[in-house]
Design a protein around this ligand. Structure first.
Ligand code: NAD
Length: 539
């Protein structure tokens, strides 16, 4: 019995494969992995084989959608969306409330699925459960306020009655990466759904089963058929087909792919939000609590084996604490427990694929060849699993090394000594990216002030990322090459709506009244403009 068959089971995988939106492809699911499927199942063109990174074995397959399938899914989503949007908001938030409870109830099975298809450890997968439940609760309770029609100042006080309404855009396409298969499948879809949109999700090729389980749970929570559909498939084929048909694209993935998504969305004149890569800095000041900073660095650099968009790959440590910090950080890093297991106690899991391992090794080899020193880790661990790599600390990283500025997206962090906080901020900002950062100090006020000078969309003070990420009432996203737009908060919902302004003029029109000489009108309006300005100034 393998790692997964006693936990998730082939029947579950078969059932989930049948959940793929419009495709009728027999012989997929777990059967395909065992060779029991039909020829269609093993046809690379029509199915996606899913591997368990912990062991490298194939666990199953799902149908691979093509552009015609995407067209069909979006058409059906469009049909279903009208009725969904016409339901009273309470009916839509009720679905979110039930979904929230189901995610918590089905926690253990979801964690198994996430861990099996992504290779992450259970404690990291659990962060995804918390995230999804938090978003469901937040948007369920705040949607009414965010979507309410609002009175706006009219053009002519008292005479113009102006109201801003919010309407769903229609069908939202969500394109997700593999590193957080649960969170990134649904947390950005939640505000889209509650706003009255339908969603068509393209999960990453590597992790479709979690997304399909989400579709099942949403339906169980009461979401009408076709309002949320999953179209697994190859990114270069299904991605553009989706972008060409939807009304908003919510993309999470690499900066390189994000640029092509933005170009295509721009051609189609549809809005897009882009959550992209990072090369995130952490700053440790001399007055920081050493133990807390070390734990923060371990959490911030090695969660999900470093395959986290907001994880740290650059550490800037003030001279006064540098040696003690590096010693303690290296010691703690060497002690981390790696394992290919599904229990909560394992600290570091696998990289997600052979490609990921290759990239991490290439970055490390380049750095070492150009003079970097490995202080901890540095080795692949095929004895644990085919794609395992030790959490790794480097010093002596210089600008000419690839990993100095490019995202590694693995458990490799460079530690730099800096003279003071000013140098730390300057070097933290020396990047094209601007996703997440953190500052560690014993002086919270100083930390908060420094944070505002770092060019990143989120900055934690004495916290690596959970405090900013989980503050879902506040926007989250990237500056520079790390993205466009924001998730979370009011913005995270309103981006899935069109605003509509309705203004009723209840008195004389805003035009030269009949029979009044234009010169008099201009004079009167000029005087009125001056009064309006005074009123605005004293308001
Ligand atoms: P990726 O860009 O390769 O793929 C992301 C998704 O885009 C996948 O579903 C893929 O199939 C699809 N895709 C591929 N080509 C496409 C195309 N031409 N058009 C449309 N879609 C296409 O990224 P990845 O390797 O899966 O994920 C890792 C990257 O994601 C890292 O750079 C990481 O930093 C980033 N990420 C960012 C965030 C964030 O919130 N900012 C969160 C997680 C991951």
């Amino acid at each position: 019995m393998t790692l997964w068959t006693d936990r998730v089971g082939p029947r579950t995988l078969d059932r989930l494969a049948g959940e793929v939106a419009p495709v009728d492809a027999p012989g997929v699911g777990a059967a395909a992995a065992t060779g029991a499927g039909t020829s269609k199942a093993t046809d690379e063109r029509t199915s996606l084989t899913v591997e368990a990174p912990f062991t490298g074995e194939e666990i199953g397959a799902v149908p691979a959608c093509d552009p015609a399938d995407v067209e069909d899914a979006v058409r059906r989503a469009r049909d279903a969306q009208h009725e969904w949007a016409s339901l009273p908001l309470d009916r839509r938030t009720d679905v979110l409330s039930r979904f929230h409870d189901l995610v918590l109830d089905e926690r253990e099975e979801l964690l198994d699925l996430v861990a099996i298809e992504s290779g992450k450890v259970r404690r990291d997968a659990f962060e995804e459960i918390l995230d999804v439940a938090t978003n469901a609760r937040y948007y369920g309770s705040r949607a009414k306020e965010f979507l309410a029609s609002r009175r706006r100042d009219g053009a002519m006080p008292l005479l113009t009655h102006t109201v801003e309404h919010r309407r769903p855009v229609g069908v939202v396409g969500v394109i997700a990466p593999w590193n957080y298969p649960l969170t990134l499948a649904v947390s950005d879809a939640i505000p889209a759904l509650v706003a009255g949109n339908a969603v068509v999700l393209k999960p990453a090729e590597e992790t479709p089963f979690t997304a399909l389980r989400v579709a099942e749970l949403l339906r169980e929570a009461g979401l009408p058929d076709d309002v949320f559909q999953v179209v697994p498939g190859r990114g270069s084929e299904v991605g553009p087909a989706l972008i060409d048909r939807v009304d908003h694209v919510s993309f999470t993935g690499s900066t390189e792919t994000g640029r092509s998504v933005a170009r295509r969305a721009g051609e189609n004149l549809v809005d897009c939000s882009l959550e992209l890569g990072g090369k995130n800095p952490m700053v440790v000041l001399a007055d920081a609590d050493l133990d807390d900073a070390v734990e923060g660095a371990v959490h911030g650099a090695f969660t999900n084996a470093g395959q986290l968009c907001i994880s740290f790959e650059r550490l800037y440590v003030e001279d006064g604490i540098y040696d003690a910090f590096l010693d303690r950080f290296a010691e703690r890093t060497r002690s981390l427990r790696l394992d290919a297991a599904l229990d909560y106690d394992v600290e570091v899991g696998s990289l997600a694929s052979a490609d990921q391992l290759e990239k991490v090794q290439a970055h490390l080899a380049d750095a070492v060849e150009k003079g970097a020193t490995v202080v901890a880790g540095g080795e692949a661990r095929p004895d644990v699993g085919p794609y395992f790599f030790e959490p790794t600390i480097l010093t002596g990283v210089a600008p000419e090394m690839d990993l100095a500025s490019e995202e590694t997206f693995g458990p490799v962090v460079a530690v730099h000594r800096v003279a003071d906080a000013e140098e730390a901020v300057e070097r933290a900002n020396d990047s094209d990216y601007g996703l997440n950062a953190s500052v560690w100090t014993g002086d919270g006020e100083r930390g908060r002030e420094l944070a505002t000078r770092i060019d990143c969309g989120t900055v934690g003070v004495n916290d690596p990322y959970p405090a900013t990420w989980a503050s879902v009432d506040a926007p989250m996203g990237g500056m520079g090459d790390s993205g466009l737009g924001r998730r979370h908060g009011r913005q995270g919902l309103l981006k899935y709506t069109e605003s509509q302004t309705v203004a009723e003029q209840r008195g004389p029109p805003i035009a030269v009244p009949r029979g009044v000489p234009g010169k008099w009108y201009a004079r009167a309006m000029t005087a009125m403009m001056r009064v309006f300005k005074r009123v605005a100034e004293v308001r």
